[in-house]
Structure formats: structure tokens, C-alpha cells
Design a protein around this ligand. Sequence first.
Ligand SMILES: C[S@@+](CC[C@H](N)C(=O)[O-])C[C@H]1O[C@@H](n2cnc3c(N)ncnc32)[C@H](O)[C@@H]1O
Length: 350
Amino acid sequence: MEHQERPHRRRVRYSGAYPRNYREKYKELQPEKYADTVSRVISKGSTPAGMHIPICVKEILEFLQIRPGQQGLDATLGYGGHAQEMLKCLDSRGHLYALDVDPIESARTKERLERLGYGPEILTVRLQNFADIDQVAEEAGKFDFVLADLGVSSMQIDNPDRGFTYKAEGPLDLRMNPGQGISAAERLCHITKEELKGMLMENSDEPYAEEIASEVTGRLRKGEEIATTTQLYQAVEGALSFLPGKEQKEAVKKACQRTFQALRIDVNNEFEALYAFMEKLPEVLAPNGRAAVLTFHSGEDRLVKKAFKKFYREGLYSEISDEVIRPSREECVKNSRARSTKMRWAVRAG
Ligand SMILES: C[S@@+](CC[C@H](N)C(=O)[O-])C[C@H]1O[C@@H](n2cnc3c(N)ncnc32)[C@H](O)[C@@H]1O
């Protein structure tokens, strides 16, 4: 019998139970569509991918005392969680200006807030650095309330394409605005050992600054690439290989967190921007205007505390927080990212 050849059919690719990429993996990335998944993730104490849970909302609103008709500034829009709460307080009267340097996330947030009914009549979103708040106030007028929630958003950290974490493979970028300045990988290519050591010490109090700086610059000198998050992780791991096995894993994890933080602060000029913001803040606040700042590491907190104290002594602030405000224990359990938060505030003299 003649063998009848069956037409060749391509095997249907098994799409599998496991999603293939970040966007597919996290249903939460479309929070409106997958509300159940989102609330399940939040109830487990995690932040759903593509979202950011606002911290200290109650404490911030209690302090800012926002009234309808006022004009405010959210210096760090992010996902817009705080902005949304502040907009609710305005009750359709007044105006909120919101800044962010991240073109990717701020465009998404603007769209989402618009869908929630917060259009240009009540909300103006600007792709602008908060170092330039004086320029914003020149056009908008002074602010009755200002909030700055420093650092990076969960969306930025969770997106491997942005390179903010050693926990996922991605390009070693770490810029909040990938269209500006140079990436962390490029920065490392032109850095000396001493400069890197100084950066690690100043930006994140890294106890193994010498070892990490030496390993990173040594690898680069030998022609090895450190262009991805994993390659930097491996360099830190190599630098700490002298530690006994038991300690090593945890030490590498912590050193990686600090190394990524130090590089992020550097490539985004975070201290320079925060210094300019704190210096200009009294001048953009209306008489009796209120400002709250959330910080996430000691370098930021020191800078905020110093500026608030200086202007209080000079009489530009009538009152400042004498102690940091911390999120409640309950909030820290619900949102682990709140654990390192410190809040400080100031009231502009009348
Ligand atoms: C912690 S998140 C803010 C989260 C926001 N409060 C919310 O409820 O979703 C910090 C945001 O500030 C932005 N950012 C950081 N430095 C900035 C700067 N110098 N000027 C403007 N935005 C900045 C980051 O891109 C990020 O989106």
C-alpha cells in the first residue's frame, strides 16, 4: 500500500500555565480589569505589579488639612495614589499640580486619573523635576499644600526593563527618565575605584564599599561586562566571597540593595534635586502653607531635617515636626515597602 504522506502540520505551541513575560505574568498590571487578583495580592501584604500603594495616607491628610478651593502640588506623582486622595479632599474645587520625571509611568497615571474624572480643570500633570518647583510656582502661583514622596515607585522597581532591582534580570539602567543622562551601566564604565567607593559610602553607607568597588572596577578593567542587573549582582557576590557561607547569602542580598540604591541616587542626581527642592520650598508655599516629605533612607532624611530646621530658625517656617512620623505597625504589615518610611513636615510662616 502506498504510503500516504500526511500534510505536515506545525505543532501548536503550548502556551502553558506559566506566562512568558512580565506583562503576561502580572494580571494586576491592568488593575481595573483584574480587581479580584489585585485585592488578593494586597491582602497578602504585597504590592500588585504595575501598582504602587501610597504610604502614610492618613497621616499626610491629617497634616495637610486640604480644603476645597486650595491649590496644591504633588511633587512625585508616581502611581497617583496620594494625588487621588488629595484630589478627593479638593472636592472638584481648586487645583492640583503633579510632577514626575518618569515619562513612562506618569503618562499612564495621567490617563488613569483622567479616566477617574480628574481632567485638566482640576489636575495638571507635568514631566518635570521637583528641583524646578520655583518654575512651576511662577506659572501656577503659590501652593497651600505640597507633598513629596521620595524615591522610586513600585512600578519602576518591579519592571525588569528599568533595571532597578538585582532580583530580576534586565539592563542596568536605573534612570527614572531613561531618555535623560546616562545609565548606571555607562556610569560604571567611566568610574574609578575611589569614586565608586565614595559613592557607595555616601549614598548608602555601604560597609563593603572597598571590596565592591575593587571587584567591580577590577572586572571592568579585565574587559568583563557589567551591563545587566545580574552581572552587577555577580560582581557583588564575588566581592563578598570571602565571607563564611552561612552569612554570605544574606550579606550579598543587603549589599546588592545598597549598591543598587547608591547607583540609582547617583545616575538620577537625587541628592542634588532634593537639596534644590528643599531650598526652594519655603518660597513656593503660600502663607501658612503646609509641606510633608516622605523619605526612605538616612541620607534623604538628614537632608530634609536639616533644611526644615534651617528655615525654621530663619523664621520662614512657623512650625516643623520635631520627630519623624512613622507608618503604623499595621500599615507596615500590610505594605512591607512602608517599613523604612519617615515623614517630616513644615508649616510656612503666615
Ligand atoms: C515613591 S514614588 C511616588 C508614589 C506616589 N506618591 C503614589 O502615591 O503613587 C516616587 C516618584 O517620584 C518620582 N521622582 C523621583 N525623583 C523625582 C524628581 N526629582 N522630580 C520629580 N519626580 C521625581 C519617581 O519617578 C517616582 O515616580
